[in-house]
Write a protein that binds this ligand. Sequence first.
Ligand SMILES: Cc1ncc(COP(=O)(O)O)c(C=O)c1O
Length: 471
Amino acid sequence: MGNYRYESPALGPKALEMIKKDKEVIFGAHTRSREIPLVIESAKGVRIKDVDGNTFLDFGAGYSVASTGYSHPEIVKILKDQSEILIHNPGSDFYYHTQVTLAKKLIDLAPGDFPKQVYFGCTGAEMVESAFKLTRYYTRRSKAISFYGAFHGRTYCGMSLSGSKKVQRAHFAPLVSEIIHTLYPYCYRCMFKMSYPDCMKGQGEFEGIPMLPCVSFLTDHIFVRLLDPTEVGAIFVEPIQGEGGYIVPPPEFYRLLRAIATKWEIPFVVDEIQSGLGRTGKMFAIEHWNVAPDVILIAKGLASGVPISAVIAPSKMMDPSIDGRGWVAGSHGSTFGGNALATAVAVKTLEMIEGELMENASKTGTYMIEKLQDMKDRHKIIGDVRGKGLMIGIEIVKDRETKERFPDDFTTDGKDIKSVIVGGAYKRGMIMFGCGFNSIRMSPPLTITKSDADEALGIFEDVIGEIEKNL
Ligand SMILES: Cc1ncc(COP(=O)(O)O)c(C=O)c1O
């Protein structure tokens, strides 16, 4: 145990009662933490009210889901209107216009100049599962490439493609086979102890693009020692790693992956489940790299909290009549996917994101990142500030020079630094989450104002200042 004194947030009487009842009936392996003992009464805009009458500024957005904020009047209206018309009938078996309208919109928005089609589901992991089946089926190749630090969900494919934390995989083996993990460019903590851009010196080029050592690990080692690239049916990657620490790769990374995928005809799948739909200031985060993937996965923010997810993929993979290799009827499906209510809300959500929210994410996000960079000059435990738009990560270090982490059992009762910061913010009326091993993420609704941003930054700096004072 460490020697930092910290007390978890107090529980209100109504919260205490509700948590007790919950414990009796809800499964015990949720990742709920004692640092955010939030028992929600209601939520509106960017604020959540708890059952004891406390209000919180929400910079987590229910894990990046509440893209338009909570109960936005336009979203509530479409929910009410659509539920009068049609709530559900399986889109896999019948036709209705909201599903077509949404698919058309997503196809128009997705990068890449080739015909596309859309498959709908309900959750993120389900889309990872679907894309895995889709690419394996289409290519008839058994292997897939994924990355250290990745998080793709809790199902067997999601878990097997993930490489974030061992607890997510422990005791679940055998996992889905034939998945090989390679290196993600976590430049702040380069596995080769190199620094960008010097790391590219002497590495040569791949298809005319300067080579990164972490990518040459794939081409020069994995593709030489473990498997032939022509056996690979997909490369799965998060454009910005989320759960892994809000890590933003350097400019060459996706150009290289795209070139590798093109050279060996490997479907290039981007998991935009957390990073997509305007959050980073572009509709899809991969657009920051000017690269068009083959397959895009989205979920979280798509319908402002109503469960829906989608795979956007080349038509030839989704339609057997094109080159005879695509999914045939019965290959895949879902009862709830693309449900009428969810698709109607998603269309409205996308309109709002395109309307002004994406621009707000870009503008307010840039403002926040600049302010956090300034804050870094004032606080030595802020090691790195990174992100795009309103997907912002802050890495906390014990020692700025050596980048040494705080120990996992930093406090007298064995809590880590992320818990202390998240709990400290909660005590001051703000919600945000940890990510990676020692980073904090801010992913608020895209509706936040500059004044919300200032309030959040003020609380965050207060928490950091208090920790430094008591070190
Ligand atoms: C990048 C990414 N992929 C997949 C998932 C899984 O999504 P879901 O929890 O909706 O299954 C998540 C969830 O956090 C995610 O961040």
